[in-house]
Design a binder for this molecule. Sequence first.
Ligand SMILES: CC(C)(COP(=O)(O)OP(=O)(O)OC[C@H]1O[C@@H](n2cnc3c(N)ncnc32)[C@H](O)[C@@H]1OP(=O)(O)O)[C@@H](O)C(=O)NCCC(=O)NCCS
Length: 205
Amino acid sequence: MIVATVASDRKLDDAQLEPVVITTMRRRHLRNVLRIEEKTSTTPWSLGLFLAEVRREEREYLVALSGSQVVGFAGLLYVVGEGHITTVAVDPAMQGGRIGTRLMLVLTRRAIAHGSDSITLEVRASNAPALALYRRFGFAPSGVRKDYYKDPTEDALVLWAHDVDTPAYADRLSVIESQLPTPLVLEDPITPDASSDDTTELDAL
Ligand SMILES: CC(C)(COP(=O)(O)OP(=O)(O)OC[C@H]1O[C@@H](n2cnc3c(N)ncnc32)[C@H](O)[C@@H]1OP(=O)(O)O)[C@@H](O)C(=O)NCCC(=O)NCCS
C-alpha cells in the first residue's frame, strides 16, 4: 500500500465535478497517474513500478477519468482467493468528490467477479479520509504493522473485508452506489489486459 499524505479538509460537492468515468489503467494514463502519486504519497511509486504492475497477471488497475484527465486511480492484486488493494489515490484538488468511492465500487466488484471472498489492505493509522472510505466498504482492522510507514514513521492498520462474495455484501455495494449523486459510469468494455491496446511510447511519458 502506498504511503499517503493526509488529505486536505476540503470537501467537494459532486455537482462541481465533470462526469467521471472509471476504466482500466493503460500506459497512456501513467504520466497523470504519476503526477497524482507524487502529490499523494511520501514514497511514490516509479513509472517502472506502475508499468510492471499494469502488465502483470492477476492485477486490476483502474483510473478515474474526467474528460481525458486522470483524477484518481486504484489497484489490486490477487493472492489465492483474496484481493490485496495496493493503491488508491485521488487528485488532491478532487478529493471529497466521491471519486475514491467510485474506484472502490468498481475495484471490489472486479475482485468479487475474479473469485475473491476477502479483500485486504494497509493504511496509515492516522489517515482518516481513507479509513472513512474503507469502513463504508466493510473493512475492519485486524492487526497493526508497527512502524510500517516511513517519512513520517507510522503504524499501518491491516484492514479486511470478509465474505465479499455474499449477497449481503453485494447489497452493501448497491447501497453505496445508490447514494452517489450521479451515476457510476464505466467505460465499455473494460478489458482485462491493461496494456494490449496502447501504443504510447514510454519516452513520451
Ligand atoms: C482516501 C482517498 C482515496 C478518498 O478518496 P475521495 O474521492 O477523496 O473520497 P470520497 O469522496 O469517495 O469519500 C470517501 C470517504 O472519505 C471521506 N473523506 C474524503 N475526503 C475527506 C477529507 N478531505 N477529509 C475528511 N474525510 C474525507 C468522506 O467523508 C467519505 O466518508 P463517508 O463515506 O463516511 O462520508 C483520497 O482522500 C486520497 O487520495 N487520499 C490520499 C491518498 C490516500 O490516502 N490513499 C489511501 C491510502 S491507504
